[in-house]
Design a protein around this ligand. Structure first.
Ligand SMILES: C[S@@+](CC[C@H](N)C(=O)[O-])C[C@H]1O[C@@H](n2cnc3c(N)ncnc32)[C@H](O)[C@@H]1O
Length: 274
């Protein structure tokens, strides 16, 4: 089926940020689960325009941000420069086949927000297996993905995905795994043991509003606003934004069958020396 619009291309051009369920509060809850050791390198899979990656640069010595889209990676690099953290961030383009070009055990944490649920059936198990492989023993995979609410019929989910793929070039969520319990089973089969899971709706709304925002976070917000303005003011930008808003509004009622979930996972192998 040919998509009339590509949501991801649109968001890359517009510099869209927090492109996952429950946005910034969900990211704050997820990053709260990062390992305490700030020396361990962190990998983000599917970084988009880099909002989460630059935030992680505040506390981790080295952040590697990957994406399949050159345009997303360019935006992530521009954001890191704007925020003054580009020396800590390495942006790397990866293949769509789910393989990760990193050594086994290279990372203390892998962060993934709204990437796994849009993978084709043959790519998802490979990508999850790769996330497990590149984690150190004792490391953590921190995942925010969209799942189907139990009780949703598979026929209805397939129809919702067909409509979304037809209008914006993306499915809403994988059919297999389907609900949160299936996701836990899939992670387990790949060697990632569940520490905890939480519905994003149960994350406190004020979560990332607590305390003083760091300069990096403030600059990153300014970058997002500037990119959006630049896009809207460019020739045709306003019209394209309006068209995308209508399409998304049309798909919105169907998201009632979906719920965002945070998964905190660790590789099912002994810690070094343990
Ligand atoms: C919905 S966006 C989420 C972006 C970002 N994580 C966020 O939450 O703002 C999905 C991102 O994953 C990227 N992506 C899709 N498949 C990927 C893959 N196999 N490996 C790495 N990135 C991928 C897309 O290009 C896009 O930037």
């Amino acid at each position: 089926m040919t998509a009339t619009l590509s949501l991801l291309d649109h968001l890359a051009a517009r510099g869209g940020a927090s492109l996952h369920a429950r946005g910034r509060p969900a990211t704050a809850a997820l990053l709260n689960e990062l390992p305490a050791d700030t020396r361990c390198p962190v990998l983000e899979v599917g970084c988009g325009t880099g909002e989460t990656a630059v935030q992680m640069c505040r506390r981790s010595v080295r952040v590697v941000a990957t994406d399949v889209s050159t345009q997303m990676l360019r935006a992530a690099q521009a954001r890191a420069r704007w925020c003054g953290v580009d020396r800590r961030l390495q942006a790397i383009r990866v293949s769509r086949d789910g393989s990760l070009p990193f050594a086994t055990g290279a990372f203390g944490a892998v962060v993934v927000e709204s990437v796994l649920a849009i993978q084709p059936d043959d790519v998802l198990p490979r990508l999850v297996g790769e996330i497990n492989r590149v984690l150190q023993a004792g490391g953590r995979a921190l995942v925010n993905e969209t799942t189907w609410i139990p009780g949703t019929s598979s026929g209805m989910a397939a129809e919702i995905n067909r409509r979304a793929a037809g209008s914006v070039g993306l499915v809403q969520a994988t059919l297999s795994p389907f609900d949160a319990a299936d996701w836990v089973e899939m992670f387990d089969a790949a060697g990632l043991r569940l520490i905890k899971t939480l519905r994003v709706d149960d994350v406190a709304t004020d979560r990332e509003g607590r305390g003083r925002r760091s300069a990096v976070v403030v600059r990153s917000r300014a970058f997002t606003i500037w990119r959006r303005l630049r896009f809207v003011l460019a020739a045709g930008g306003f019209g394209r934004s309006r068209q995308m808003s209508w399409v998304l509004a049309d798909l919105a009622p169907e998201t009632q069958c979906l719920e965002g979930r945070l998964f905190v996972l660790e590789p099912d192998r002994p810690h070094r020396g343990g």
